[in-house]
Structures are given as C-alpha cells and as structure tokens.
Design a protein around this ligand. Structure first.
Ligand code: UDP
Length: 452
C-alpha cells in the first residue's frame, strides 16, 4: 500500500461491511465496498464462517470471519427464511464481541471505524453497532418495489384480504399497479408467521441507522423511491446498479467457467440465449427436460448454467443424454457457473432467460439485454412483472414449463419484431441508467459518512 493512500484512508476511516452469506447479497455488498474503497475508505468485511466470501478476490480488504455455529446447515429455498432468522439470533453475540475488539484495535492503530454498513437481512447488526457506539447504514439489495409490496403484504394480511384473495389471483393489488396478487412475494395461500416476522424485521424503518443505501436508481423506480422516502426519517441513497459503478471484480463463490466466453466468441451477434436461474433457485427433472427441448427446438444457440444441486435429480446428465446432445451439437453450451456480467456484456448474447433475481435483472438492464422472465420465488415475481409490464424489456413465461411455450417465447424474443422492439427499449434503458449512475447520490453518501 503506498504511503499517500494509507494517509488518505486514515483520514476517511474504515468501514465495516456485514453481508448476508448468499451470492446475491455478497455481490452487491462487495461491489459497494469496492466503490467506497475507490473513494478512499479502508474496508473490513465482517462475515459468517458459513459461505465465506473469497478474500483473495479483494486483496485490499480485510476479512474477519466470526464463529456462527451455522456451518452444517443445508439451505433450500423453503428453509431460507428460517435460516435468515437463525443467523440473526446466532450472530448477534459473536459479531458484537468481534466489533468491540475492532473498535479497540482501531483506536490503538489510530484508524477509527467510521461506520457499519449491513445487509437489510442482517438486521441484528443495527443493535450491535449501536452497542459499540458506531453509526450504521443499511444496504437494501432488492428493488424498491419489492420493499413496497412486502409492506402491502403485512397490511393485506392484517385486513384479512390476502387470505381470501389467495396468492394465485390475477387481480391487480390496489395501489400496487401493475402487481397482481399472484406477483406478491408470498409462496402460499395464507402467510406463515415466520414470513410476516421476516418482512417486519427487514422492512421496518430502523430507529438508529443513519441512512439507507439502495441497489436501484431513480430511472428505474423514481415514484416508488419517492413514496418510500416520504415514510423514511433518514436519507435514501439509490446509488445502483452497484456493479456498474464498482471496479470490475468477481465475488463468485463457485468457480467461474471461462470456457463459455470462448464458445460465445464463435457465435453470431445477438443470437445467443443465456439461461441462468441464479444461485438458489432449483428445478425438478420434468422442468429440466422441458427447458432442454424448448431450447433445442428453438434452434437458437444457448449458453445454459446448470449449477451443482440446482436440479433435484443428481443424474440430470443422463436425462439430457437421451437424444438432446445430438440434437443440439455445437449450438448449446452447458456450464456450472459463468462470469455472468462478462457473459451479458458479450455481443453474441441477445436474450437472457432469467429467474429475475434483482442482481441478474440489474445486470441485464445494464447491458441492454432483453429478458425471458421465469421467476421461481420471493421478490423474483415482482421483478419479472416490472421487466415485462413497466420497462417492457422482457416476456414473462408464466405457465407451467412446457417445451412448446418455451420454444415460442424464445422465438418471440430472439427472432420476431416484438423482440427487436424490446431490444431497442432495453438499449435505451441501459443508456438512461448509465447516465443516472453518474448522479450526485454517491457524493452525498460519502459526505454523510465523512461527517460521522
Ligand atoms: N451469477 C454468476 N454466474 C452464474 C450465475 C449467477 O456470476 O453462472 C451471479 C449473477 O451475476 C448475480 C448473482 O450470481 O450477481 C445472482 O444474484 P441474483 O440476485 O440474480 O439471484 P439469487 O442468486 O440471489 O437468486
């Protein structure tokens, strides 16, 4: 580290980042860390021993692992909320002790901690920061529309409205246009207690946090953000998409298979459908087979991520062996994990079949790539609705996974006039988002942190 930078960091101070240990949350937190590091802050990532970030990807950060007794957990999408509430119980004491030691050490080294920035799901961190007398800031990693729709769920449930309507209804939710009841981030008719507690915990306006950083921006969600700001007593800083501001670097927990870039280099511009369902969603073997044949029958080249454990049949390879490989030949490439941002930025990629995780949605928007939306759970349905109905840059694949529907949808996006118009809108949105990223929120945020 050169002396000038060391001096600058000492004057700006150190930030402690607390990510939720899942890929879709680690990514935006480390991107935020990179941005703030480039503005002269020193960064410590305080993380669980479970699913730790790869420290070697960020040699200029300090990584501190905290014992959490979580390491033997097997996480499925059904147990996700239970797991998040468990983290919040188990991590509080060890994180507090660790942070207290860091504060001490900072004083001894004359490098004070300026503040703690924590993922909204790690909400225990607010009390921990308060305990050691540090200011805290919450990072929201979902869309602002998801926040609003989660609050609506609490209200609708209290009014007894949601249960009677059911979560499969096509009717629009009053005040949440264009969301329908079936788009709300609930999975079943009636809402389990743990879900309501989760929403209340992560959505409540924090009592002592000093600000909210949001991985979204005004171009995408201005009216919603304005609505939220009216109810929020601290400043909201929508400085996303964070990956668009952060210096490029990977925070993948699974090794990226770069051979897919070599394969993409051989494809025609805008011809490839990129297929990925993110880091948590899974499919059953029937869905796998329908997806495979829908892709094959569309005759479009495709790059498909099949993550280890993402199909409920470990022998999924055998299912695809039945004529599929011969039918596809060189037209398809299947890998376990890609460098996704690089893939989406590649000129050969013309469409993204996505589960509409918020990071994937932002990454696609940032590259002007139109989408086929196949949401699986939670906020993905909200995002899919915005992609198809508000920004009009994608098609929502809503029915049960059927190879005929898939083939038709791929052709609509990749070949038909309708798809060309979506691509144009996506390029235009990309430009507007790019311009907005240069806005003043980031500078205001830095001023705020420096004022602590
Ligand atoms: N991702 C990746 N390679 C892959 C698939 C996904 O790097 O093959 C990254 C993707 O770029 C995104 C993250 O994993 O940043 C997934 O986050 P998202 O919010 O889209 O979905 P989640 O995994 O949380 O459901």
């Amino acid at each position: 580290m050169d002396a000038g930078k060391e001096e600058q960091w000492r004057s700006h101070g150190r930030l402690v980042l607390i990510p939720l240990p899942f890929q879709g949350h680690i990514n935006p937190m480390l991107q935020l860390g990179s941005i703030l590091h480039s503005k002269g802050f020193a960064i410590t990532v305080l993380h669980t021993a479970f699913n730790p970030p790869i420290s070697s990807d960020y040699p200029e950060f300090r990584f501190v692992s905290t014992p959490d007794n979580l390491s033997n957990q097997v996480i499925s999408t059904d147990s996700l909320l239970y797991f998040i509430s468990l983290i919040n119980v188990k991590c509080r004491v060890p994180f507090q002790e660790c942070l207290a030691r860091m504060v001490e050490q900072g004083r001894e080294e004359k490098e004070e901690i300026a503040c703690v920035i924590y993922d909204e799901c790690m909400h225990f961190s607010e009390a921990v920061a308060e305990h050691v007398k540090l200011p805290s800031i919450v990072l929201r990693t979902t869309s602002a529309s998801t926040y609003i729709s989660r609050n609506a769920i609490v209200r609708l449930e209290a009014e007894g409205f949601l249960t009677s309507q059911g979560s499969t209804s096509q009717e629009l939710v009053p005040g949440l246009h264009p969301l329908r009841f079936k788009d709300l981030p609930v999975s079943k008719i009636g809402i389990p207690e743990i879900f309501l507690r989760f929403i209340t915990d992560i959505n409540k306006t924090r009592t002592s946090s000093s600000a909210v950083i949001w991985n979204t921006n005004d171009v995408l969600e201005l009216p919603t953000l304005q609505e939220i700001q009216k109810q929020c007593h601290v400043g909201i800083f929508p400085i996303g998409p964070l990956h668009g501001v952060a210096p490029a670097s990977s925070s993948s927990l699974i090794k990226e298979d770069k051979s897919c870039i070599t394969w993409l280099n051989k494809q025609v511009e805008n011809s490839v459908v990129y297929v990925s369902l993110g880091s948590l969603a899974s499919i059953d073997k029937e869905e796998l087979v329908e997806m495979a044949w829908g892709l094959a029958n569309s005759n479009q080249p495709f790059l498909w991520v099949i993550r280890p454990g993402s199909v409920d049949d470990l022998e999924w390879n055998k299912l695809l062996a039945q004529g599929f490989t011969e039918a596809v030949g060189e037209n398809g490439c299947i890998v376990e994990w890609t460098p996704q941002k690089e893939v989406l930025a590649h000129g050969a990629v013309g469409g993204f079949w996505t589960h509409c995780g918020w990071n994937s949605t932002l990454e696609s928007i940032s590259e002007g790539v139109p989408m086929i939306c196949k949401p699986c759970f939670g906020d993905q349905r909200v995002n899919a609705r915005y992609v198809s109905q508000v920004w009009k840059i994608g098609l929502h694949l809503e029915n049960i996974c059927d190879r005929g529907d898939i083939e038709k949808t791929i052709k609509r996006l990749m070949v038909d006039e309708e798809g060309k118009e979506m691509r144009q809108r996506a390029k235009y949105l990309k430009e507007r988002v790019e311009l907005s990223v240069r806005g003043g929120y980031l500078n205001e945020l830095i001023e705020l942190i420096r004022s602590f």
